[in-house]
Design a protein around this ligand. Structure first.
Ligand code: F6P
Length: 353
């Protein structure tokens, strides 16, 4: 049997259904198969910087598989934006006697992991994001749950839209990529799906709605990803609904949310049809993960521990086809996986209804 290790673990960035399933699988595999000790750092990289850590025992993970959020807490703290951050990380990991750190996160968290691994820190990544916009893996856990939540919401919006003969705009998450919008839009059969990858022309959107109206379809549902933008030549018309006064997090990400409200107002102005907006927001990240996400997260957790024991440092676990593999962290961190527009054109566009 491989020698026992002291493994660190953290969850960083936006929370995501399935994080607890990863933590549970890591602790059960590490303890059960290798006799390891698992040290949990609180609130992402902040817990490492502040050496806020404690052992995660088996009883602590016994009932968390179906639980949303993360028992470790999370933050968008960036050690590279903090005075002496990388050195503080190193000192903290050394003081806790950590042999390898498992960092569960999206682009930003894994970007930090990559930089640290280039500086010699033993770190392994586990990809997560509801947005599904990370390269190197076919899918991230949390995405399936977010799509299901959005689909359920759109199904409900449909009946009220029909009763009132209204246009309903449903804004979903997806800062850079329109995966959630497209999957939920396909799954619920909507009139239009607007994604960040394809800037839209609001006049064209309105024309399509008028056409539906002429055909006797008096209610319409539009799904818009929070990162979707009007086409470049129309940008000037867009009020500052997207930037929340330009607020950014420690990784420089703009706070989004609001394109749906702007769009609903434009539609009312340009068509005269009554329009309403629903911004699903963080409800898409909350609550229990779907069975698919629980299974994927569990597979990632088991694979992460095995990978660390195999010496796969500086890598990230990933789903590729039916298999869980590891890929270099650089293949996931910093490389966005945008929506495949040929998929949109083949599956979403022809059935916009
Ligand atoms: O985790 C990604 C994401 O869900 C984006 O779609 C969204 O823009 C962002 O998180 C919101 O994050 P916060 O929790 O900081 O509001």
């Amino acid at each position: 049997m491989a020698p026992a290790m002291r493994l660190g673990i953290l969850t960083g960035g936006g929370d995501c259904p399935g994080l607890n399933a990863v933590i549970r699988a890591v602790v059960m595999t590490a303890r059960g198969d290798y006799g390891d000790t698992v040290i949990g750092f609180q609130d992402g990289w902040r817990g490492v910087l502040e050496r806020n850590a404690q052992e995660i025992t088996l009883p602590a993970v016994r009932n968390i598989l179906a639980q949303g959020g993360t028992i470790l807490g999370t933050s968008r703290t960036n050690p590279f934006a903090e005075e002496g951050g990388p050195d503080r990380v190193r000192r903290s990991l050394a003081a806790e006697g950590i042999d390898a750190l498992i960092a569960i996160g999206g682009d930003d968290t894994l970007g930090v992991a990559l930089k640290l691994s280039e500086m010699g820190v033993a770190v392994l990544g586990v990809p997560k994001t509801i947005d599904n916009d990370l390269s190197g893996t076919d899918v991230t856990f949390g995405f399936h749950t977010a799509v299901q939540i959005a689909t359920d919401a759109i199904d409900r919006l449909k009946t009220t839209a029909e009763s009132h003969h209204r246009v309903m705009v449903c804004e979903v998450m997806g800062r850079h990529a329109g995966w959630i919008a497209t999957y939920a839009g396909i799954a619920s059969g909507v009139a239009d799906i607007l994604v960040p990858e394809a800037p839209f022309d609001v006049d064209e959107v309105c024309e399509r709605l008028k056409q539906r109206h002429d055909e006797g379809l008096y209610s319409s549902i539009l799904v818009v990803a929070e990162g979707a933008l009007p086409a470049a030549d129309r940008k000037a018309e867009r009020p500052e609904v997207l930037a929340h006064g330009g607020a950014r997090d420690a990784f420089g990400n703009l706070r989004l949310g609001g394109i749906g409200s702007w769009l609903a107002e434009e539609i009312e102005k340009k068509t005269g049809f009554e329009a309403r907006v629903t911004i699903l927001g963080h409800v898409q990240r909350g609550g229990t993960p779907t069975a698919f996400d629980r299974v994927l997260a569990t597979r990632f957790g088991i694979a992460a521990v095995n990978a660390v024991h195999d010496g796969a440092i500086g890598r990230m676990v990933a789903l590729q086809g039916p298999k869980i593999v590891t890929v270099p962290l650089a293949e996931g961190a910093g490389k966005k996986k945008y929506l495949d527009m040929s998929f949109y054109d083949e599956v979403a566009r022809p059935l916009l209804d």
